[in-house]
Design a protein around this ligand. Structure first.
Ligand code: QAP
Ligand code: CO
Length: 168
């Protein structure tokens, strides 16, 4: 078991575009286990490999709902099924302490490989739809703060930079 370091905004490494996984081997499986442990210890519901400075297209998720099965998405793709947007108060382990309302497509189809490398698809609405879009953004080097006004983003950046100076 290993708890990995989570990069925090505005760390430039969070802007790296992640590469596809070519083979789900033992190294990838260990990384996925460590990502679940890291996410749980930080009380998260979703984590992209980018956030732990591994620039591969891997997402872990545990929405902790009634169907609280842990999920793995490798090389995920989404198709927007409905252009209707829904607002959701989003947070991020890489932007700790800040939550803002973001609008995203409410209904998507997800296609990905599971933790064994087998392809699957899943239709998503609600929190799953929000979370997969948020996490795929990480793989593209994008953060939820990018959807905010420059003023709000700068205010969050300044506050986090101050915290990072106090406890490096
Ligand atoms: C992304 O975020 C997400 O600020 C996952 O102090 C969030 O797990 C997708 C967290 C909301 C959809 C909706 C954030 C934990 C966890 C914090 C997370 C914090 C402690 C965020
Ligand atoms: Co995030």
């Amino acid at each position: 078991m290993a708890i990995l370091n989570i990069l925090e905004f505005p760390d430039p490494r969070l802007r790296t575009v992640a590469k596809p996984v070519s083979k789900v081997d033992a190294t990838i499986k260990t990384l996925i286990k460590d990502m679940f442990d890291t996410m749980a210890s930080a009380n998260g519901i979703g984590l992209a490999a980018s956030q732990v400075d591994v620039h591969l297209r891997i997402i872990v998720m545990d929405l902790g709902e009634t169907d609280s099965r842990p999920r793995v998405f490798i090389n995920p793709q989404i198709e927007v099924l409905d252009q209707d947007l829904s607002p959701y108060d989003e947070g991020c382990l890489s932007v700790p302490g800040f939550y803002e309302t973001i609008d995203r497509p409410a209904h998507v189809m997800i296609r990905a490989l599971d933790g064994d490398g087998n392809p699957f698809e899943e239709e998503a609405r609600g929190l799953l739809a929000v979370c997969i879009q948020h996490e795929i953004d990480h793989l593209e080097g994008k953060l939820f703060v990018d959807y905010l006004s420059p003023f709000k983003r700068q205010r969050i950046r300044k506050k986090l930079e101050k915290l990072h100076k106090q406890n490096p």
